[in-house]
Design a binder for this molecule. Structure first.
Ligand code: HAS
Length: 565
């Protein structure tokens, strides 16, 4: 399909900017493993502080890359399936808001004024431009939803009896979740953090800020995941040489995400005071509920892959695994997607451990957590983002993939790296290794009295995995930028792999309409969050003065601050 020059240019920039910044994000990922393995015994390296690097790593990889990509992918799916391009000025407004926001936050992080990590929990305090930048990036990323919704409603009026294409449903569900959850973080930033960062208020209600953050924060992880799920349902079976086992399964799964992505954030706060136990239990149960659409996805995709394998001549119960096009460089997107799925089996299982209140007490704030989330966000999410970025770029520009044989092995290298890395972290977490800690300063420094030799093998494993991951990422940069700088050999067009459906169930209005699901979503959110917000507001504790991560003493102490008494 031909698209306008403006949309082409927009998609190039929305892929190119975050992938360029990703070089910084990946470097700081490697440095994390180096510091933690005790190779460096200092608080900084090459004029960048440990927490400054960790903030850059988290914000670039988990917020900037994912948001820019989700918007570019959203433009592509809507334009491709509904045959209408998003309104030009809305799309460019979104781009500029995201870009200006990123520049503001990047300045604050690079100048060392915002080492507050990607969760920016108070009492860690950042420069006001960091908060403003983050707010602009987020607002910019949901602006296109209004244009897409408009296009969708027009399409629906013309095609009332046609099922909404699954990829379009995926994009709309995802951005609806995103819009709803970002309202809480906007409130946190604009009403709590910004006035505090500007010095207009002396203290901040930490529990309320954290509760608002996690209202946003867990839905955020599904905002990362749903573009990958959209690719799994609508592209992977085709790339494997088969069909999607059931279209309805995909719809049910997407609508369940709409219901359950937001009202589970308190599972990040099982150890926080000021949140009623009943709410922790309720949201804990809903967390098991939000695993259901992923189980549905696992079985549906396994059946689709089995069908593909059988069509390619496999025999026996599990023979289909051996017949999939793992190393076919002309279908490299398959490799990126299947590798993400393999990692997600472990990412999902560790997530279910986290969700259990009792087990959570063992793993919370330990290295187990980054072990879990590197098999989710650095698994299916990251691999589908980089694979699809390459696919979109090469297709739209008409440029062939640079080093195609190298390209197809990158995701496998990444899987090996992540599995070693996450094994080190998960094992370390189970024996008490903390997350977000520069272990090289103390626990992994043999000259320090706190030296903990049990964590030598775990952090060394994580370092080995980190080196392999960095090598895979380097190869990806060579392939992506090599493609960018190579000569055009075909007319550029927007093409997406389109999967046929094996069991194409007839249209059920309930699964083709947003209204009932939005109403239920609102009800569950009110039940699960209103008591948490009331309790956090009524029991704020003494209020926290601002801290920086490298100093246990508050930054400024005012008379109104109870810590001063
Ligand atoms: Fe999580 C913490 C629970 C999913 C990301 N999570 C985090 C953090 C991040 C994160 C970033 O309950 C840390 C935040 C921080 O900085 O503090 N998580 C879950 C649960 C799920 C889950 C129950 N998480 C994700 C996803 C993420 C993500 C997805 C990113 C994209 N997580 C938690 C909890 C915490 C947490 C607690 C807080 C812990 C604490 O104490 O702080 C579920 O959604 C997982 C369901 C998934 C499955 C897997 C299905 C498997 C599939 C693959 C099938 C494979 C096939 C291929 C078919 C049930 C679909 C086979 C082919 C072959 C060739 C083999």
């Amino acid at each position: 399909m031909q698209i306008s020059k403006s949309l082409k240019r927009l998609i190039y920039w929305e892929l190119g900017i975050p992938l360029t910044l990703l070089t910084i994000g990946i470097y700081h990922g490697l440095m994390q493993t180096v510091y933690r393995a005790g190779i460096i015994h200092q608080s900084s390296f090459a004029h960048l502080e440990y927490y400054q690097g960790l903030t850059l790593h988290g914000v670039i990889n988990a917020i900037v890359l994912t948001s820019f990509f989700a918007v570019a992918f959203g433009h592509a799916t809507i334009a491709y399936y509904l045959k209408r391009e998003p309104h030009k000025w809305v799309a460019w407004l979104s781009f500029w808001l995201m870009t200006v926001g990123t520049v503001m936050a990047a300045w604050a992080m690079l100048s060392g004024k915002a080492s507050v990590l990607y969760t920016f929990y108070p009492p860690l305090k950042a420069h006001p431009l960091f908060y403003l930048g983050a707010a602009l990036l987020i607002v910019g990323s949901w602006v296109p939803l209004f244009s897409w919704a408009n296009i969708y409603m027009a399409w629906k009026r013309e095609n009332p009896e046609t099922k909404t294409p699954l990829a379009v449903l995926g994009t709309l569900v995802n951005f609806t979740i995103w819009f709803v959850c970002t309202l809480a973080v906007a409130y946190e930033v604009l009403v709590l953090l910004l006035p505090w960062a500007l010095g207009w208020r002396a203290t901040v209600n930490v529990t309320l800020a954290r509760t608002l953050f996690w209202f946003f924060g867990h839905a955020l992880v599904y905002f990362w995941l749903l573009p990958a799920y959209t690719m799994y349902y609508t592209m992977l079976p085709k790339l494997a040489g088969g069909k999607l086992f059931s279209d309805l399964a995909g719809r049910i799964s997407l609508f369940l995400f709409l219901l359950l992505s937001v009202p589970v954030g308190v599972h990040h706060q099982f150890s926080d005071p000021s949140i009623p136990r009943g709410i922790k239990m309720f949201q804990g149960l809903l967390t098991f509920g939000v695993a259901i659409p992923s189980f549905i996805t696992a079985f549906t995709l396994a059946a689709s892959l089995e069908y593909a394998g059988k069509k390619r001549g496999s025999r026996g119960l599990l023979g289909f695994f051996g017949k999939l096009p793992y190393l076919d460089s002309s279908r490299y997107l398959f490799a990126y997607l299947i590798c993400g799925l393999i990692l997600f089996i472990f990412g999902g299982l560790t997530g279910i451990v986290n969700a259990s209140g009792v087990l959570n007490a063992v793993v919370h704030n330990t290295a187990w957590l980054p072990g879990h989330f590197h098999m989710t966000v650095a698994g299916p999410v990251f691999l589908s983002i980089i694979g699809m970025s390459l696919f979109l770029y090469s297709g739209i520009s008409g440029k062939p993939i640079f080093l195609p044989r190298v390209n197809v092995i990158i995701p496998y290298l990444w899987v090996i790296g992540i599995l070693i890395f996450s094994t080190g972290l998960s094992w370390g977490g189970l024996i008490g290794e903390p997350r977000r800690t520069n272990l090289g300063m103390t626990y992994l420094n043999p000259k320090n009295e706190l030296f903990t030799p049990e964590w030598v093998p775990t952090t060394t494993l994580a370092l080995a995995g980190g080196i392999i991951m960095t090598f895979a990422a380097l190869l990806f940069f060579i392939v992506f930028f090599g493609t960018m700088f190579s000569k055009k050999t075909a007319a550029g067009k927007l093409e997406l792999p389109v999967t046929e459906v094996l069991h194409d169930e007839k249209r059920i209005p309930l699964f083709d309409s947003f209204k009932p699901w939005l109403i239920i979503m609102a009800i569950i959110i009110v039940i699960s969050y209103v008591p948490a917000f009331i309790s956090a507001s009524q029991n704020p504790g003494p209020g926290a003065p601002p801290f920086t991560p490298d100093n246990p003493v508050p930054q400024q102490i005012s008379k109104s601050n109870p810590y001063n008494q």
